[in-house]
Design a protein. Sequence first.
Length: 398
Amino acid sequence: MQLSSARSEKSFVTHTPGYWPDIEPALWNDWKWQLKNRVTTLAQLEQHLALSNEERSGVLLSGNKLSLAVTPHFFNLIERDNPDCPIRRQVIPRIEESWTSPYEMSDPCGEDSHMPVPGLVHRYPDRVLFLVTDRCASYCRYCTRSRVVSGAGEQELHTDFEQAFRYLEEHTEVRDVLLSGGDALLFSDDKLESILKRLRAIEHIEFLRIGSRVPIFLPQRITPQLCAMLQKYHPLWMSVHVNHPRELTIEVKQALERLANAGVPLGNQSVLLRGVNDDADTMRDLVQKLLMCRVRPYYLYQLDLITGSSHLKVPVSKGIEIIEALRGHTTGYAIPQYVIDAPGGGGKVPVNPGYTLFHDAEKIVIRNYEGKVFEYPENGVASVSKPMPKVDLDYFYS
């Protein structure tokens, strides 16, 4: 696949006031106002959007699987009359969510089977996933934890914080803790700091991470006060979640810059979604725009096999095709690692285009992004009987 020569718009657009034209800027920029005024009902949707029959039916059924909630900021990115809008497909329920396939699961990553104490997932040897809340600013319709997130699923999250802290204190092999859920950045500064402070008091924990979509759904939450608090607990990294370049508004860019200026390294995790980012041009614009926000594209996830997600599933072959179209056509910093989270709890498995054509004890034969073939010696040792060619060093310094 070749990238199109036509460049998509990469400007950072502000979408205020959009569907809320009468709201004062002071209110609009208050993250608590944004949360209180989320779109959560069919009536609110129909006030702003021309819903399709599939969407209307999906909303009526959403309370049985995953709640509907969209912040005003993110809602402003939705096209009123386009049911195929890539932003809309991520957050507006559809009737297809009620369909099931035999290979789909409620817990596709096998988290529940790797949970030694409530709310703490210990699947990898040296790191844990700490599920600190079941609430998000907005709800992605493909959420891998829809069984517990939003309070509408089949399970409830009952994190035992004290038991989790004791487990971490006792398990000295754990050096890396990822806070997720739900979204930890919905906590007040004080509550979030109490968790970070407790983790930092455990000597063998070296590395803290927060997985969050709040900077994208709710950029108003990324206040100078929050950033100053986070800065006290370095090394602390953050993984954000952006799937389409239009999500990177000027407000989001400024929020991400505040985090970066506070010394928080930022990586992005995208999910490959049908009708959202399943073409090379969109993905190229996304990853390049992320770099402009000082965010390193980190993972491109194949969609987890979550129940009711088949309408958003993209073939793995298409994901490989997209990664191959990026390689050589943009900086390596912009190319995420494409992974499948192995169903049932096998962990992240890299999936890459086939650049190795042949490999034995003598050599490896490889191809580059242009399809040109090269050989590299596997065990070549310079012979002492042959003098090394003389190098004209002046050539390198002239």
